[in-house]
Design a protein around this ligand. Sequence first.
Ligand code: A3P
Length: 272
Amino acid sequence: SLQDEIPDGQAPNGSAQQLPQTIIIGVRKGGTRALLEMLSLHPDVAAAENEVHFFDWEEHYSQGLGWYLSQMPFSAPHQLTVEKTPAYFTSPKVPERVHGMNPAIRLLLILRDPSERVLSDYTQVFYNHVQKRKPYPSIEEFLVRDGRLNVDYKALNRSLYHLHMQNWLRFFPLRRIHIVDGDRLIRDPFPEIQKVERFLRLSPQINASNFYFNKTKGFYCLRDGGRDRCLHESKGRAHPQVDPRLLNKLHEYFHEPNKKFFELVGRTFDWH
Ligand code: A3P
């Protein structure tokens, strides 16, 4: 049985590893790290530091829930364990697998303007290449083919939120999936985090004073027990300048999919 697979995760100090009671499932470049770090301000939250990739990578999933548990942080019994793997949202096999582990799990999904997400996605891969001193084509080379928008560019597909959301709604009711507005989380994180506290039924312990705007970074940073910290420099990077006409094509491309998504979740977002 599954129970037999799970080793006893007892630590000497009485804390233990727990399977996550909530998962940040995505979206890639939506602000998943910011959300995890902000939620970790809560004393009743224990977060896995790294992206676990349990449900989407066969070499991990095949090792069973015992392996998954072994990746979790040690926590007290009253704490909620959370992990974030942004690739889950867009991986077709993942919803059923998560449901198989715990059909009552609460899911967190952070989304931002789909066009902006494409630029952020490109920027991430661009810098991965720069780090390895490898050349990387300009964003136009991905976005345009034969003078038209290249709909085969993978980053575009990841922003078709309604397609991916449909997969999740086959296994989870909407009330189990809380959508964080990633654009708002950038502009004013505290109200968005309060909503997450309520969704997870956490006591309201995160305060406005836990956030301060850092002018140099151009983003909110965290203040935790007098300790100030911003996210890594890879979070909040400048995006490439794109020809306004091309940007417009991108906005048009997402117009219908966005409408479908709004219908699906019974809520609208302030996207282009
Ligand atoms: P950009 O670097 O493209 O601006 P993820 O963690 O899912 O990869 O998302 C990264 C994005 O988180 C960043 O994308 C940034 O816009 C967003 N973000 C939200 N709040 C942030 C914060 N307080 N500091 C830095 N980045 C933040």
